[in-house]
Structures are given as C-alpha cells and as structure tokens.
Design a protein around this ligand. Structure first.
Ligand code: NAP
Length: 488
C-alpha cells in the first residue's frame, strides 16, 4: 500500500514545536506548518530577556540529541545563547519556510475527520493532525495588588522586560522569589542603587557554580561529537539521580536537603538567615539553583522585604507595617498561569466536546500528550509531563518521537483517527494520584506544581520511566481507533 501524506499543523515555534517539526520532517512527513503568534522562534527564550536570565539545567543536557551544540560557553548558558541555539536550528533545518509568523490560532475544532483551524485574522485552515506546542509557562501572572496602576514609574512582568528602562543607579523592587526573581536579583544587584526583594515565601537554594567552558575545547568537541553525547548522558544520569530524591523519601532526599541547609548557613546575619528560611521541605517547590543569590542578598544595596505588600502608591510600595519604600521601577517576578496550556485558544473535539468541559476537574492528558475525545490531537509539555527540575528539551524530544510514531502509522494506513479512551486516561491519572503521596511535592507547600485540588500535576516516577512509556508500542486497548481496515 502506498504511503499517505498527512497534513500536520503545529501551534507554537518554541523549543518543543521546533523539535516536533524537525522530527516529523526527518521521518518523511513533508506537509508540516508551524503557526507562531510572535515574530521569532524560541518561545520562552524569546519572551524572557530579563537580566540574569540563564537556564538552571546544564546546557549540555538542555539541547536536542540530534543537534548537540559543541560550543556552549558555560555550564548553565545565558538565555540569549539558548535563544540563538533555537534560531540556529531553525536555519539549519530550514524551518522558516514552514513557519507562519504573526499567526495566532484562536479556535481549533475536529469536524469532518480533520482539524479545522481559525486564525486571529479569520483565516480558515485544515489539517489531519494538530499538535499544540504552546509551552508550559507562557501566560504571565500579574498579581492583583491595590494601586499598582497608580505607580509613577515603570512596572514590568519578568517575561515582558522593558529594555528601554535604565535600571542602573535606580531603586528597584523585585516582587517574587521563584527561580525568576532569584535570577533577576543576581542580575540587578550590581547595578541598582537599591534593590528590594519582596518575599512572600522563602525558597531553598542549591549553590551551583556556573563555570565557563574552555574555548579551546570547542574545535575538539566539533571534531569528536561523542564528547557532547558523553556530556549529555552524564547529566541525564545526574538528573535521574535527582529525580529519585524528588519522588521518594530516602538518603538522596536527605542529601539534597542537607546541601540546601548547609548553603543557607552561609548567610552570616542570623536575622536575615531566619527570614530566608523556608517553612517547608527542600524541593517541595521547584528547587532553585543559584550560587549568587545569598551573596547578593548580603550586599548593602540589597534588602529583603518580608512584610506583606499592602498597596502601591505613586511613589512606591507600602507594606503592611505602614512603611513606604520609594522606588523608581517595579519588577513582577510573579510567575505564570501554569494551568493555561493552549488556552485561551478554544479547542473542540469530537461531537462538540470542549476542552473546558473535558478539563472541568483540571488539566488531564493521557501520557501527558493526548486527550480523550480529541482525535489526531497531541500536546507537547501537556499535563503530568515531568517538568520539575528536569530538561524540558529531553521531554519534548521523547514526546515528539512518540507523536511522530503515531503519524508514521497513519501514513502507513493503520488508522484514520486515534485518541486515548476515557478509561485509559482516567486510569493513568488515578495511578499517578496514588503515587503522589511519596513525592516531595506533596509534603506541604504551595507551588505551581499543584492543581486546583492541591494534588501535584507532575509525573511521579523517574523521567526514564516516562521515556520508556512513550517509546513502548502503544497498547491499542487504550485508544479509540477508527481504522481503514475495520471501517472498510
Ligand atoms: P514562580 O516560581 O511561580 O514564583 C512566583 C513568585 O511570585 C513566588 O515567590 C510568589 O510567592 C510570588 N508572588 C506571586 N504573587 C505575589 C503577590 N501578590 N505578592 C507577593 N509575591 C507574589 O514563578 P517564576 O519564578 O517565574 O518561576 C516559574 C517557573 O519558571 C520555575 O519554577 C521554573 O520552572 C521556570 N523557570 C526556570 C528557569 C530556569 O533557569 N530553568 C528560570 C526561571 C524560571 P509565593 O511563593 O508566596 O506564592
């Protein structure tokens, strides 16, 4: 039987959308279009440009196995370098010819056996397969702080950095102590005349240094690609080890906790140390890696403000103790809506089933990539993907390979449409919930890992087990499959 030629639409030209498009084209799928609402590729690495931005996963592990970069400059490369990596992949794999920039998909519905898409400009499009590569932390969360709009100076979310604002010599507030807030504090401490970090919850910090790589090694790495592979798989083992600390109690967790507590003891002033001490277990929230944070917090121009924010006025922020802290700029490092996924786009599956209806109890996806009632639809970085303190490129690659496998079967004529059954999706979800109590994420803290019901939404086993599940031949009993053979 001759091969069929599927038409595939991918939403998003960020890290995972790029990965998916490359793997599909390498598998011989030629009709692929990426819809990107922005003007450039790179997703989170395009949107986040704040000072101090880097990736806290080692660069040698934050890349694709099919396109290792031999020239990373540091153990944890700065954001612009990572963005350049994805831009370079776009050039190398000639993806610009299949990306439609400035094109937002606002509605996608399954009708007539295909996905019918509508763009923000009202254009109608159609594909056999639809893949949402819309990212995890994309929708900035702006806190409802009284009077924020009254502030005289600039207010910016970390993911919408305004580079026209000069921060050097200014009095700057950073609100939020997640990975982003910590990186911004390290990035601004040298320049701001006064930096106030508004902390609602203290964080555990692992002090990982960020050494430069020797440049003379780059030509050697280019000539011997195996060196990059060795680097990748070494970090892979390290992160599998770390996952062990996250998902079950034991000596690894105690070791990691000890390392965080020892780091905290490097804060010399006992009062500051007390105020920086979290009231939950290390790693319950995403563990922050930073060698520079505690040194920055002990500088004379940097202040920890742990009184709550009462309101903002024209001149600055007023805390609940009545003190006004006069400011020139306010930075909101207040995180993202981690449960938005592809929304606000509207998604409608078979028989009018809406995503809102399917997700009435919270985001659920079979194996993190597929939804019951949504045939020939897949997600990258969907609910329950192992995204906590792990390499998202590694996860994207495993998911994209899995999805490519389904599309390859379609090409061979094995089926017309596929979606996981409701039972398989519910069973998958129930088994994860049963495993959650052993994880550190369920030890009693608030974080973006938790769903509305307070249960963590991450993968509760090792990333290796996740990759194995994705790579295994799918159990067809877990899928509603309309096949050419059975319908003939
Ligand atoms: P986040 O971890 O969700 O942290 C948001 C911070 O804002 C929290 O400290 C939160 O306080 C605070 N906050 C929110 N609303 C507030 C309010 N009204 N008043 C005072 N404080 C408020 O967000 P994030 O730092 O942007 O990080 C999100 C995720 O992005 C990370 O967990 C990580 O996965 C990813 N990230 C990765 C890297 C990397 O290097 N790979 C770098 C940056 C970010 P509470 O804690 O009290 O809620």
């Amino acid at each position: 039987m001759s091969q069929r030629h599927p038409s595939v639409g991918i939403i998003g030209a960020g890290m995972s959308g790029i990965c998916q498009a490359i793997l599909l084209r390498q598998a011989g799928v030629t009709d692929v279009t990426i819809y990107e609402k922005g003007a450039d590729v790179g997703g989170t690495w395009r949107d986040n440009t704040y000072p101090g931005l880097s990736c806290d996963v080692p660069s040698r592990f934050y890349q694709f196995t099919f396109a290792m970069n031999p020239s990373w400059t540091r153990l944890f490369s700065p954001g612009p370098e990572i963005h350049k990596y994805f831009q370079a992949l776009t050039d190398r794999y000639r993806l610009s010819e299949i990306i439609r920039f400035a094109t937002e998909i606002v509605d996608a519905r399954f009708a007539g056996g295909r996905w019918q898409l509508t763009t923000g400009a009202g254009e109608q499009l159609s594909h056999d397969f639809l893949i949402a590569a819309t990212g995890v932390l994309r929708e900035p969360r702006t806190p409802a702080i009284n009077g924020l709009a009254d502030f005289d100076g600039p207010v910016m979310h970390s993911a919408r950095w305004d580079h026209s604002v000069e921060m050097a010599g200014k009095r700057v507030a950073v609100i939020g102590t997640g990975s982003t807030g910590v990186q911004i504090v390290c990035g601004l401490a040298d320049f701001a005349s006064r930096l106030d970090l508004f902390q609602r919850s203290a964080q555990w910090i692992l002090p990982l240094p960020n050494p430069r790589y020797y440049r003379w090694m780059n030509p050697v790495r280019r000539r011997v690609p195996r060196l990059s592979a060795i680097g990748y798989y070494t970090y892979h083992l390290v992160f599998e080890w770390l996952a062990g600390a996250l998902i079950r109690p034991g000596w690894r967790r105690r070791f990691m906790s000890g390392a965080c507590r020892a780091n905290l003891r490097t804060v010399r002033d006992p009062d500051l140390r007390r105020r920086l001490t979290p009231d939950y277990q290390p790693m319950c929230r995403r563990l922050i890696m930073s060698a520079g944070f505690y040194p920055a917090m002990q500088r004379d121009n940097v202040h920890l403000v742990d009184a709550g924010i009462d309101h903002v006025e024209r001149r600055g922020i007023v805390t609940t103790d009545g003190e006004l802290r006069e400011l020139d700029a306010i930075v909101l490092a207040t995180g993202f809506d981690a449960h938005a996924f592809m929304r606000p786009m509207s998604l409608v599956g078979r028989d009018g089933l809406t995503l809102e209806h399917l997700w009435a109890q919270g985001p659920r996806a079979h194996l993190g990539v597929a939804l019951p009632g949504f045939p020939n639809f897949f997600m990258l970085m969907g609910p329950h993907s192992p995204v906590g303190n792990y390499s998202l490129t590694a996860i994207a690659e495993a998911q994209a390979n899995h999805i490519t496998g389904w599309i390859t079967r379609w090409r061979a004529g094995e089926f017309d449409t596929v979606a996981p059954t409701r039972r398989a999706t519910d069973d998958f979800n129930a088994s994860m919930r049963r495993a959650m109590p052993g994880t550190v994420w369920a030890t009693g803290c608030s974080s973006w890992y938790l769903g509305a019901d307070g249960v963590p939404e991450l993968w509760p086993w090792t990333p290796h087990e996740y990759r194995q599940r994705l790579a295994a031949t799918p159990d067809i009993n877990d899928y509603d499959i309309d096949s050419l053979v059975t319908s003939a």
